[in-house]
Design a protein around this ligand. Structure first.
Ligand code: GLY
Length: 426
């Protein structure tokens, strides 16, 4: 089979890795890909938002299955276009993708379908939003409706701060169209977690649980990022809890989608908060998380192509989804300054990496993210540069990841020093 993966991050590097393990696959293309997929797949110079270009490529090259990593092409309706052209694609259609691309749509969907979410109100102008927030006790959470690459969520501690945020969104329009509608949510000080399932719209299968390290600094402090690391399993999530999440969030969501005539095929990723044993859904993503997916896929034992095809063909319930019973870690090496301003273009060196396989007790994977390959050398090309994943039975996986992190070097390298350290307690 010929497979096309869309995206350019660590998530897509890991998807390519998992796809290449399938005996059914002859060719893997990645559009636009990164410095790592230049080696592991055939990079195609088409951007993720060029739906027409991607469609032409898939038709011309007789692609058997396309797998979409990021939310942008999904929100643009890439699945609808591919389906119309008779091509198989893993990822939800435009209507279903509204669950991520419009926070108001998602919140209204939760309400209509009696799925517990945090109380909210939505606004389309500064005056009404400011009036509303004046009456509210703080903190409150202010979210822009549209896609904002993880930057559109603010926790505000007082009216003046809320007014400033609303001013920059409505009047300065710093998020453009994505900020035309704003959601104001009650702030809940609870335990946050994320939970991913695969669904063909009829049945669903949960992935192993992961824990994402969202903040830039150790101890979960500083700004939110796309994720600075991940571990599996999530030591805070029990079987009782996942059963409850399935029952209160996943099943009613799939039922709601069906009742509303929305065909959902792909990954459903729920952002959840728990307070006093009550489970609230905060938001949905309609795609694999990054970097959680890297930590999940290194533990996948089943054939990922069988899984993707069972979703496309609506027979997921007959598909086996098996993971090993290890633990895994994904440590992100980033460019200093991320998630704000950072410099790129620095050469990446891998001192001694070629010789380390024998050195470590457990299997490791180096997945490129924001990198590019020029003339046989690798350069930084993004905020999150490289992912180091280790899969094994004991907390030693964490030491191995950190040892490898010292051997991959580039100017302005930054990484958190506490990813997976929680395993020392388990
Ligand atoms: N790691 C969070 C996300 O993928 O949205």
């Amino acid at each position: 089979m010929k497979i096309l993966v869309i995206g350019s991050g660590g998530r897509e590097s890991a998807i390519v890795y998992a796809i290449k393990k399938s005996k059914k696959v002859t060719d893997v293309y990645c559009a636009p890909g990164n410095g790592g997929t230049a080696d592991t797949a055939k990079n195609v110079n088409i951007e993720q938002d060029d739906v027409e270009g991607l469609l032409s490529f898939a038709l011309e090259n007789k692609i058997d299955l396309t797998v979409v990593g990021p939310e942008v092409p999904l929100s643009m309706g890439i699945a609808d276009e591919f389906n119309k052209a008779g091509l198989k694609i893993f990822g939800p259609n435009k209507k279903a993708s509204l669950l991520e691309s419009s926070k108001k749509y998602a919140k209204d969907f939760f309400k209509r379908n009696s799925i517990k979410t945090v109380d909210y109100a939505s606004f389309t102008n500064f005056v009404d939003a400011a009036d509303f927030v004046k009456q509210k006790s703080h903190p409150v959470v202010i979210k822009v409706d549209g896609l904002a690459a993880g930057k559109g969520v603010f926790i505000s501690n007082g009216f003046e701060q809320s007014k400033d945020i609303l001013d920059s969104v409505f009047n300065e329009k710093i998020f453009g169209k994505s900020g035309e509608t704003v959601i104001i949510e009650d702030f809940i000080d609870g335990f946050e977690l994320s939970y991913m399932v695969i669904t063909d719209g009829i049945s669903y299968k949960p992935l192993i649980t992961g824990m994402d390290y969202k903040k830039i600094y150790d101890g979960d402090t500083g700004e939110n990022t796309g994720g600075m690391g991940a571990i599996t399993p999530n030591p805070h999530i029990s079987k009782t809890l996942t059963d409850k999440i399935n029952e209160t969030i996943i099943v009613p969501t799939l039922k709601g989608l069906k009742n509303e005539g929305i065909d959902y095929k792909g990954v459903l990723y729920a952002g959840i908060i728990i307070k006093n044993d009550e489970i609230y859904v905060l938001e949905f993503n309609v795609r694999f998380g990054d970097p959680e997916t890297q930590a999940v896929l290194v533990r996948l034992k089943s054939d990922i192509i069988d899984l993707f095809m069972s979703v496309v063909n609506e027979n997921l319930k007959d598909c086996e989804l098996v993971f090993d019973d290890n633990k895994s870690i994904c440590l992100v090496l980033s460019s200093e300054g991320y998630p704000k301003k950072y410099k790129t273009g620095y050469e990446i060196s891998f001192n001694g990496i070629e010789d380390i396989s024998a050195e470590y007790k457990y299997e490791y994977h180096i997945f490129h993210a924001g990198t590019k390959k020029i003339g046989g050398k690798y350069y930084t090309n993004g905020g999150r540069v490289m992912n180091i994943c280790v899969n094994g039975k004991t907390p030693e996986i964490v030491d191995i990841a950190y040892d490898i992190a010292k051997k991959i070097n580039f100017e302005n390298k930054y990484y958190r020093k506490d990813i997976g350290k929680i395993y020392a307690r388990y």
